[in-house]
Design a protein. Structure first.
Length: 83
């Protein structure tokens, strides 16, 4: 998770502004964290794990992309409900 945060820090800094509400900032940060795990190049742990397990990018994406989309939708719903 630390790797995903560090990899997305520049993107988060470019998108977040002081005028945004707290729930909006939480949603952006959560989206960056979850979407970083959708593909192997998304963060360093994915690259290492795929190399050790000899998994191709396509094999990883077939599993991870749908799982992460569902997770991201669930997280956003929780953020909207809990505000």
């Amino acid at each position: 998770m630390i790797s995903a945060v560090l990899d997305n820090a520049t993107l988060a800094a470019a998108e977040i502004s002081p005028a945004m509400s707290e729930p909006t900032i939480k949603a952006i940060l959560l989206g960056l964290l979850v979407s970083g795990g959708m593909l192997i190049p998304g963060n360093i742990p994915n690259i290492i794990a795929a190399g050790k397990l000899k998994i191709t990018s396509l094999q990883y994406a077939k599993f991870a992309f749908p799982v992460r989309l569902i997770a991201m939708a669930a997280y956003f719903i929780v953020i909207l409900i809990t505000g």
